[in-house]
Design a protein around this ligand. Structure first.
Ligand code: GDG
Length: 466
């Protein structure tokens, strides 16, 4: 296609889909970052001369537009102060806790809001400058909720879609936000606003009707100027072929067997894989597991918990506190129940290669996914995709978006109910082979037929038809 410097398909996200790689001689190259979203959108990017607008992840990166993998990348620079106020502050210490049921108290600071507005404006201008006449623009997530409206004002010719990857809270929580009207008005700048769950879409429609000049009912928003905004759930998913591709390497499967041996070949290996985030319910999981050991329901020979806790948002205070709490809990339990060479809990505070992660999923008898609130939770779906052998059991919190789709095959649980969680963990550990197979088939039927490519196609087809 002719390169006009403009794109008819533009993605706007907080982060660019590439990571910087600096060679020994100091030269810089860019490597595509792992993640289903990039993969799902790659074919659309290729077909439409796509561009991606986002931040590189480093302060003060003033880069000219560049290209990798058939994508034009437009870098939006952020100063150290903006990283602290827009990203760590308003995005991750105001919106993130507010949208996740105020598990920790959100902080409301006017300077953070000012930085959020300023940075959203910069993203909107960057998108406006690269979008071709009538282009489709797909805006991602809670960091950029003002972009749809800012962009519409600059470029009324565009088709604008927005997708929120995290929950959208019930009205009585959202109402706390001092800038609630501005956020809602930002979002209704889009033609299509997508959420993970139907409940989130309903929360949004009710709030728009109440706090803006628009009228809204039954997932349609009627704007004062006559425009219609469509609101709909689009549960996100994973790139199934990435997981099956990795499993086609016999070493990845073999590594799963080896992991089990390395942890002492326990009767049951339980596994948690999460960013170290207070929404993920890691503490509740450890408490239930610890009580099972304390009560003699299980011994450290019978059951071992492996918890991968990927470092996350380490400059935000609530995350530092959480890390201390979790590590105290793990240390106590291992001190109490571990033996030389045989801890009760293998706690891993680091990030792993995808292949190693898939080997872990393959090794685990029970996958423990117990968030207190989660937009979707891709790890639950990745576990299902990895179980081509139809073995293993998934314990899943009803507060994960994935609960809407995986409720039939998973062991559902309310993670706040520690006794219930203990019973469910035991039931999952003691499941017989035929029941496990039956449940896993149900889970796989759904996940394999609803992967991320389908998600992207459905969202974009709906957007085009609005
Ligand atoms: C947000 C929403 C929603 C984890 N550790 C490693 C690693 N991971 C990968 C997992 C998974 C992804 O990161 C995490 O996705 P989740 O969905 O579980 O959670 P969030 O990061 O909170 O994502 C969430 C999602 O957006 C998509 O809309 O589902 O609700 O909160 O793919 O496998 N990957 C590698 N090494 C690790 O150590 N390579």
């Amino acid at each position: 296609m002719e390169n006009t410097g403009k794109s008819s398909f533009v993605v706007v996200a907080n982060r660019l889909p590439v990571d910087r790689v600096v060679a020994a001689d100091g030269s810089t190259t860019w490597r595509r970052s792992p993640g289903g979203l990039v993969t799902a959108l790659a074919p659309v990017m290729r077909a439409y001369d796509g561009a991606w607008v986002g931040w590189t992840g480093s302060p003060d990166d003033e880069l000219a537009p560049f290209s990798t993998d058939d994508m034009d990348l437009i870098s939006v620079p952020l100063s150290p102060e903006e990283i602290s106020m827009y990203y760590e502050g308003f995005s991750n210490a105001t919106l993130w806790p507010l949208y996740h049921d105020v598990i920790v108290a959100p902080e409301y600071h006017r300077e953070w809001w000012d930085a959020y507005r300023r940075v959203n404006d910069r993203f909107a201008r960057a998108a406006a400058s690269v979008a071709d006449e009538g282009a489709v623009v797909f805006v991602q997530d809670y960091q950029l909720q003002l972009v749809p409206n800012l962009l519409r004002r600059l470029r009324p010719d565009l088709k604008i879609g927005f997708f929120l990857h995290i929950p959208f809270p019930p009205p009585e929580l959202f109402a706390q936000l001092p800038w609630r009207r501005q956020i809602l008005e930002g979002l209704v700048g889009a033609d299509l606003v997508g959420f993970q769950r139907g409940g989130a879409a309903d929360n949004f429609v009710g709030l728009v009707d109440r706090y803006t000049d628009a009228t809204a009912a039954e997932r349609r928003v009627r704007m004062p100027d006559g425009r219609t905004v469509h609101v709909q759930p689009f549960p996100i998913s994973i790139e199934v072929s990435e997981i099956t591709g990795l499993l086609s390497d016999p070493d990845v499967v073999q590594r799963g067997t080896q992991i089990r041996e390395e942890i002492g070949s326990p009767g049951s290996m339980l596994l948690g894989v999460d960013r170290l985030d207070y929404t993920k319910g890691i503490g509740h999981r450890l408490k239930a597991f610890g009580e099972l050991l304390a009560g003699g329901d299980i011994t450290p020979d019978e059951a071992v918990l492996v918890q991968v806790a990927t470092p996350s948002r380490e400059r935000v205070e609530a995350y530092q506190t959480l890390r201390d709490e979790i590590e105290l809990q793990v240390g106590r339990l291992n001190g109490e129940y571990g033996r030389i060479g045989q801890p009760a809990i293998h706690y891993l505070h680091s990030s792993y290669e995808r292949a190693e992660l898939v080997s872990l999923l393959r090794a685990a008898d029970v996958m423990v996914v117990t968030p207190l609130r989660d937009g979707m939770n891709l790890v639950a779906k990745e576990y299902v995709a990895a179980r081509t052998d139809l073995r293993g059991a998934l314990v899943l919190s009803e507060f994960a978006g994935a609960a809407d789709e995986l409720g039939d095959g998973a062991f559902m649980v309310n993670p706040h109910d520690i006794d219930g969680l203990k019973r469910t963990l035991l039931a999952a550990m003691r499941i017989d082979e035929s029941e496990a197979e039956e449940r896993m088939k149900l889970l796989r039927d759904h996940v394999l037929s609803h992967d991320i490519t389908r998600w992207a196609q459905e969202f974009l087809a709906t957007l085009r038809s609005t």
